[in-house]
Design a protein around this ligand. Structure first.
Ligand SMILES: Nc1ncnc2c1ncn2[C@@H]1O[C@H](COP(=O)(O)OP(=O)(O)O)[C@@H](O)[C@H]1O
Ligand SMILES: [Mg+2]
Length: 312
């Protein structure tokens, strides 16, 4: 047991060893060798303490922009006779706003549902912030926020109550939660309606509310499934501005959409999917140049002979 502890400690870097010492209220002089620190800590810590600190390097890893926030590996989802996701592989960088674009039924929602742990893959896996969706769902849930395709709100609560309920589940301190709620409601133009029961909200207002709920915990990674469905053009613009502003906070955002314009306006890169397969990948500009077209709709048309909005 004690050799387990020592081995665990040896895996940590010096900064992490000092962090454990700090948590255990042990004063270690700065000039001690690593071996000596390990010897001392081994007498005072449990394997659980090491595990707690051992999860930190993962967070550190996703702080740098170059690191992949999401790695999708040969993902397959089979629903009886439908292959909704058919061997999808993809890497999304930390801080990237990635648009998953494709017609209705292409497999966008299924992909998001697998990445956010709502569905289990039939084959393959995905690594989110260093955690595997088939193994470490609990950890993944602490770093992601999800705005699902179908509105998920309590209809008999108002917007503010819905948001605060959700925020409380995440253990956000009261004052911080209030401030963040106010800011988000204001930014999305939902402040005025926020005291009315969600029962009377339009589809667009429900989307805005769900978007705020997805982001209230300040997640590093957000999955937004068709965030502007049901919005009028003005609300859509406002929401685009809001989503665009998240990029400045170095958040990784995966947005699914069948609105070409939306993918073009917001995404650093887009992946175009059709019948569960990735058929193109690149910046909107790159794809338009590659296919000598003026927009992404024409890119899709050139590859498939169909229009995205026609669906399948
Ligand atoms: N729970 C399910 N059971 C059976 N088929 C499903 C289920 N969910 C999705 N599908 C099918 O999988 C395919 C992809 O659907 P979906 O991921 O919702 O596409 P998108 O979000 O791109 O519109 C569609 O053919 C859809 O009918
Ligand atoms: Mg969908």
């Amino acid at each position: 047991m004690s050799s387990d502890i020592k081995n665990g400690l040896k895996q940590l870097d010096e900064k992490e060893l000092y962090e454990i010492a700090r948590l255990k209220k042990l004063n270690i002089p700065r000039n001690w060798s690593k071996t000596l620190i390990v010897e001392l800590l081994a007498l005072n810590v449990s394997t659980q303490d090491i595990r707690n600190i051992g999860t930190k390097p993962l967070e550190k890893r996703i702080e740098s922009r170059d690191v992949s926030a999401i790695i999708v590996k040969d993902l397959v989802k089979q629903f009886e006779d439908v292959t909704a996701v058919d061997g999808l592989s993809l890497e999304i960088k930390q801080g990237e706003l990635f648009g998953l674009l494709g017609p209705n039924g292409a497999g966008k929602t299924t992909t998001i549902n697998i990445l956010s742990g709502i569905l289990k893959p039939t084959k393959g896996t995905a690594i989110i912030a260093g955690f595997d969706v088939t193994k470490n769902l609990e950890e993944i849930k602490t770093v992601i926020g999800v705005c699902p395709q179908e509105a998920a709100v309590f209809k008999f609560l108002n917007a503010r109550e819905n948001i605060e309920l959700f925020g409380n589940l995440h253990g956000i301190p009261k004052k911080e939660l209030e401030e963040r709620t106010d800011t988000f409601l204001e930014l999305l133009g939902l402040a005025e309606a926020s005291k009315r029961m969600a029962k009377g909200y339009s589809g667009g207002m429900l989307r805005k509310l769900n978007l705020i709920m997805a982001l209230i915990s300040d997640p590093k990674i957000a999955f937004l499934d068709e965030p502007t469905v049901g919005m009028d053009p003005r609300a859509r613009r406002k929401t685009w501005e809001f989503i665009g502003s998240l990029k400045d906070q170095n958040k990784t955002i995966i947005l699914t959409t069948h609105y070409i314009e939306e993918a073009e306006a917001l995404s650093d890169r887009v992946g175009i999917i059709d019948y569960g397969k990735l058929i193109e990948l690149g910046t909107p500009q790159e794809l338009m140049e590659r296919y000598e077209t003026k927009n992404l709709e024409q890119v899709f048309l050139k590859i498939t002979g169909r229009r995205i909005l026609e669906g399948i």
